[in-house]
Design a protein around this ligand. Sequence first.
Ligand SMILES: [Ca+2]
Ligand SMILES: [Ca+2]
Ligand SMILES: [Ca+2]
Length: 405
Amino acid sequence: MDGLEEIVDLGPGWRFDFGSSTSPLANGYTKITDNMVYDEETGYGFAEAADGNRDQGEPDDLRRDFILANGSELMVDVPDGEYDVKIITGAQTDSNDTTFSLEDEDAQGGTRTEAGEFAEYKDTVTVSDGQLNIGFTGSWARVNGIEIVAVEDFNVKFDFGSKGSPTAYGYEQVANSLLYDSEKGFGLNKAVAERDRGGPDDVRRDFVIDGDYDFTVDLRDGDYLLHIIAGDYIASNTSTFSVDGESIGSIASGSGEFGELTEQVTVTDGQLTLNIGERINGLEIYYVPEDEVSVDVTELEGLIEEAKAISNEEKTFTDSSYASLLEAIEAAEAALEAITTEEQLQVEIASLQKAMDELEEVPEPEHPGKGHKDNPGKGPLNNPGKGPMDNLGKGPVNNPRKNKN
Ligand SMILES: [Ca+2]
Ligand SMILES: [Ca+2]
Ligand SMILES: [Ca+2]
């Protein structure tokens, strides 16, 4: 890239462009050369210097240059967690094969590519020792680029349009004739029309269009934010969008205007299918990690168990005070799932404790005869063996273990 070009922020993660110290660096990437040995300060590099590098001039800054990595190991310090790893390998003027392994797992890849072909291998790996280790073998083992992105930072961007128009940097191209196949992992359900208006930018200038069509992308199950861009530089437009048969909204725009729509959706079968009416220019998909509760709720859990162990089978407490306790337990259990701050936790604990403290005992009957009428044999005083304290394991209210989620 030249000195005037703006550095593109490709998002969280590690993106390495392999090559020589003088070959061009792909925008948004970090250079790794063949003799860059790991050091703790940078947190990445080869275990030992690799076999050399080449620059074949084409097809782009990332893939034109590579290092020869047969027998080499790349080390990258990362926080423990799950990572998507993408290995980009190939050569503009030679056939190629590259095999790799992540964290000493089984070798993968190795598909032979011919001159000008490039392979992109993707896998997900768990790192639990603070360092991602990638080993390479193969008669050539060229490494052109590597991308490492935490699963919680997953995102993918699509630029729709004509095959010949430019694809926005950092986006995957979806040409109007690109049909879904499982190897690629995304595509349309049928060929549709396209237009390229030449402006205002690479995402918006071109789009695909049809009255009713699907765009499908393979995704891990989970929640995602969809950010859709639609419009036309020279015409007004109304696009409608739905997922799993349910509308997620529409974008209406005047001539030369572009609208955007952001919606959260849930993927449960490994695939998102977006049904589209009319134009779509761009689509960005961001994974939404499950909210991790950062508050320690152990104290509230303990109090809930304690509260649930209080039985009113023997009518020890007034109906109204016991009903209040049951309500408080229910509220506390719902709060366990929703609490995000220490302050909320203390409010919930105080509220449940109050309901426990305010349990009101039924006064002793004035005439013992009343007890007889009701079946004295089961009364708490007459038959302690069947009293509430000995019955803890049986009723649902008395068995906190079965109610824990
Ligand atoms: Ca490791
Ligand atoms: Ca490269
Ligand atoms: Ca586009």
